[in-house]
Design a binder for this molecule. Structure first.
Ligand code: GN1
Ligand code: MG
Length: 362
């Protein structure tokens, strides 16, 4: 069973896939959606597909999500700008021709190709890997530069509005719905000291200095498929949050998830590896030539803003009773927030050096 309604097998049958369904197994990936691998036999060949149920608590309008995803995939395919890879993410429609299947209970499912011979990594192991990932996201941004921000729906309103995320945290501290606010005094003081940072990018957007583009909005390092043999980035995945946004949040999230040698769950050894940061700038700017001056100027600060934002989001979820991010144990969101705040500290210490490197590019 899918957990709620009809069986996984029946859901798989809704999609236009050739061959005989052999197996479906759940995989543990991401903090939001439920993901399965469906294997099909076609002649002597086995092919795999990704089936996903969209989390409707996080995405209140999953159909708009799928319309956005389908538009972006179509645009990437039609782009005349050259591609570094021939493999890409594809959506398989339903037998009725839709890019999603809606179950009777309202759950929305979609089906992607499984990109064989590739994998994702949670942490960056070398500057070359960082370059590859940044190149892939830079290329993605470049190809979407001629898509109008009005063409896509803002599926999570104010997703990267760091100032509003900050305000929401303050509300939650005041309301303290789960009686946890007393545990976060130190974290809260640290965040309040950085109130000026939360508006840094949003204010530049509001004055028109930063353009609103179609962006990815979830550019974690592990959202890049990497060829297992060559180590080259093959394509960007997890397009759920493609919508109007700022390129700097995308670059920043790449910094957040790449510069430190450890994952989001590990607080020991959080640090900023400058060679990795430099490789991110090189990869991104080599692939993406559409950025405005104010976007390039702020590349060194973007990581800091979104890392603070993630700390705020993890803390807010902790105060609300862990309703948003998947957790396996109590206190996990608080722990994740602490990891992010440690990274903020480290990024602040490296800010001058990062800015000096970016200036060389201008
Ligand atoms: C969520 O589940 P995943 O890994 O795709 C979240 C991101 C966070 C990330 C932190 C829609 O992404 O914003 O940066 O967790 N996605 C959404 O790991 O909220
Ligand atoms: Mg995601």
């Amino acid at each position: 069973m899918s957990g709620k309604g009809i069986s996984l097998e029946s859901i798989a049958q809704e999609f236009r896939i050739q061959g005989e369904l052999v197996s479906i197994e759940g995989i543990d990936t991401g903090l939001i959606n439920s993901t399965y691998i469906a294997s099909y036999q076609l002649g002597s060949e086995q092919k795999r597909y990704i089936l996903q149920r969209i989390n409707s608590h996080v995405f209140p309008d999953p159909i708009a999500v799928m319309e956005n995803v389908a538009k972006v995939i179509g645009h990437l395919k039609a782009s005349t700008k050259s591609s570094s890879s021939s493999r890409s993410l594809e959506l398989f429609p339903t037998t009725g021709g839709l890019p999603y299947f809606k179950e009777q209970d309202g759950s929305v499912w979609r089906c992607y190709n499984f990109i064989e011979g590739c994998c994702t990594y949670d942490t960056v192991e070398s500057p070359e890997q960082a370059y590859q990932a940044a190149f892939a996201f830079g290329e993605f941004q470049n190809k979407l530069a001629d898509l109008s921000a009005e063409d896509l729906t803002e599926t999570i309103v104010d997703f990267h509005h760091t100032r509003k995320r900050f305000a929401r945290l303050m509300e939650l501290v005041a309301a303290d719905p789960c009686g946890r606010a007393a545990e976060i005094t130190a974290e809260l003081a640290f965040i309040k000291d950085r109130e000026s940072v939360v508006g840094r990018l949003i204010d530049l957007r509001d004055t028109g200095a930063l353009p609103v583009r179609i962006t990815h909005n979830d550019t974690k390092f592990n959202n890049v498929m990497v060829d297992e043999q060559s180590g080259e980035a093959v394509c960007v995945i997890d397009l759920d949050t493609v919508m109007p946004g700022l390129s700097l949040y995308d670059f920043g999230d790449l910094v957040r998830t790449s510069v430190s040698p450890y994952s989001e769950e590990d607080i020991e050894g959080v640090s900023v590896r400058m060679p990795v940061f430099k490789a991110l700038v090189d990869g991104y700017l080599t692939a993406c030539d559409c950025l405005h001056e104010a976007e390039v100027e702020n590349l060194a600060y973007a990581g800091n803003v979104i890392t603070l934002e993630l700390a705020i989001r993890f803390l807010s979820d902790y105060l609300e009773g862990d309703l948003y991010f998947k957790t396996e144990r109590e206190g996990q969101n608080l722990h994740r927030a602490r990891v992010q705040l440690e990274l903020v500290r480290q990024l602040e210490a490296s800010e001058e050096e990062m800015a000096a490197y970016v200036r060389q590019w201008k």
